[in-house]
Design a protein around this ligand. Structure first.
Ligand SMILES: [Zn+2]
Ligand SMILES: [Zn+2]
Length: 523
């Protein structure tokens, strides 16, 4: 890949072609199932569109592009998330255009094919043999991998026409008349449609190095609010100037910095370079924080009312600054203030995932954990993370997927014992007589059992309040619809205690530590 990128950089087209021809002859091929992700990542890194697309096409054959699956297969950490996001969008485009083009293919093309006229084994409005209809419809559905394999197609055909797929085992009189040549013609026109979809998806494919930065920055900026003008930029009798990254001067006192920060104490104990001096003779210290963050930080150091920034990004930047300048006491104060006022509570999935990645990049562990727990309220999918994924670090996504997996597992195991109708707390409901014949053994009524269905990455992990609400809604509906005196009575006698117990169960399941300590006693 390095070689190719050098050849591309110097526009050595003949050399590029030569290397590519050489690669194409390799056996086993360079791009295959085991290597596709790595080759894709490398090609993205080196800006090689041809190879990136070849590898991306290969991943269609085996990968579902679902975070849960990628995490299981250890594929998340292989590349920067911006590359991963591009790959996911490619998969999505292929599937979207397959869905519409195959529909068109069925209604326009197959429906009018002479060889398929009036098949005796069709169903619905389309005059197409049903094995063919379901074969083409199935391709690329959901996130299943797919490959174009004529043998596979032919097996489906033969099984149907020889009656293997029917209960009676009878041959299909109509389809067994279709000869090899016709079958190939159908296959060819079908593969042309699929290839067309892939080509369409490829034309929109961008290498992530091309201009994704600006998009990403725009995204980050949209979470910020306009800062108010600094309040504490001019302290009387100041003896030093702090200059923010956006060039605002803060005239303050050295002594204040020294008493609150070992970092500044050490710095001022060294001789200061005298070349950076303001017109009034005060030395200037350039800091990387913005004016909003510095203003807030200074408000913590003087006996004035503390100014906590409004946006989550600035709060995190403020905490990171206290880390950097070693201001432990100030940091604890900010954390207490922020948690008491509930300032770190993003309103939507984009904001929540953004807060997580921002906390990760600043290495603020408590905020990472808070944000990770908040993400449990949303599905952990490419759709739900959206464009924010570009700013994710591969390791951060791995950590989040791992955390989610541990939560979901713990929840599943807690729910299983909770829902056990013989020994668990839910056994009180097992006698519900609705939809159950008197002779069958006791079991959990369906209105309750459905609350304990398996949770996956695609579902938010419920909070105890959400679970209780859902429980009460389900119970009420059940009682109203079936006039179930049994459940009404159980609820009146033991309902409250049962709810309290369910809350305890959910809290335990959600309290999985963010960082995996290695041993997981709950699972
Ligand atoms: Zn048939
Ligand atoms: Zn009932």
């Amino acid at each position: 890949m390095g070689l190719l990128s050098v050849a591309q950089m110097y526009k050595m087209d003949a050399v590029l072609t030569h290397i590519r021809n050489h690669i194409a002859l390799q056996n086993p091929p360079l791009i295959r199932e085991e290597s596709a992700f790595s080759v894709y990542a490398l090609a993205q890194k080196h800006g090689l569109r041809t190879e990136a697309l070849q590898a991306a096409r290969c991943t269609l054959n085996f990968s579902t592009m679902i975070i849960e699956k990628l995490s299981e297969d250890d594929k998340l950490g292989l590349m920067p998330c911006a590359f991963l996001h591009e790959l996911w969008k490619y998969h999505k485009r292929v599937r979207e255009s397959l869905a519409s083009d195959i529909e068109e293919f069925k209604t326009l093309h197959l429906n009018e094919l002479e060889i398929l006229e009036d098949p005796s084994c069709s169903f619905g409005d389309l005059d197409i043999p049903f094995w063919l209809e379901s074969y083409v419809s199935y391709l690329g559905k959901d996130y299943d991998p797919f490959s174009l394999d004529f043998t596979d197609f032919k097996v489906t055909f033969v099984e149907h026409s020889q009656g293997v797929d029917s209960k009676s085992g009878e041959k299909c009189g109509f389809c067994s008349e279709i000869d090899e040549e016709d079958l190939c013609a159908i296959w060819d026109s079908f593969t042309a449609v699929v290839q067309g979809c892939i080509a369409k998806a490829e034309s929109d494919f961008t290498l992530s190095v091309e201009g994704t930065r600006s998009e990403c920055e725009v995204q980050a900026r949209s979470y910020r609010e306009a800062p108010s003008p600094p309040k504490y930029s001019d302290m009387p009798n100041a003896d030093i100037i702090l200059r923010s990254s956006d060039l605002v001067n803060f005239r303050i006192h050295r002594s204040v910095l020294v008493t609150s920060s070992p970092f500044f104490r050490d710095m001022f104990s060294l001789p200061q370079p005298s070349n950076d001096v303001a017109p009034d003779g005060l030395p200037v210290l350039h800091l990387s924080e913005t004016a909003e963050v510095l203003d807030s930080l200074i408000s913590m150091l003087y006996p004035v009312s503390p100014e906590i920034p409004h946006s989550i990004d600035s709060i995190l930047a403020l905490l990171a600054a206290t880390d950097k300048y070693d201001m432990g006491a100030v940091q604890s104060f900010i954390r207490a203030e922020v948690s008491c006022k509930g300032l770190l509570s993003p309103s939507d999935s984009g904001g929540t995932f953004h807060m997580f990645t921002a906390a990760c990049s600043k290495r603020l562990l408590p905020e990472m954990e808070t944000a990770a727990r908040l993400t449990l309220g949303y599905p952990l999918t490419f759709e739900s993370i959206g464009e924010t994924l570009r700013s994710f670090d591969g390791e951060a996504l791995c950590g989040l997927a791992d955390f989610r997996l541990r939560c979901v597992r713990k929840l599943a195991s807690r729910m299983e014992s909770f829902a056990d109708y013989r020994n668990g707390p839910s056994k009180i409901w097992a006698g519900c007589p609705i939809h159950r014949s008197p002779s069958s053994p006791p079991q959990l009524p369906w209105w309750l059992a459905r609350l304990f269905c398996k949770y996956s990455f695609d579902d938010p992990v419920p909070t105890s309040v959400q679970f209780r609400d859902e429980f009460l809604a389900g119970l009420q509906k059940h009682i109203n619809e079936n006039d179930c005196h049994f459940c009404l009575k159980v609820y009146a006698l033991k309902g409250e205690a049962y709810c309290a117990e369910s809350e305890g169960m959910l809290e335990l399941a959600r309290n999985v530590p963010f960082l995996n300590s290695g041993d997981d006693p709950a699972v």
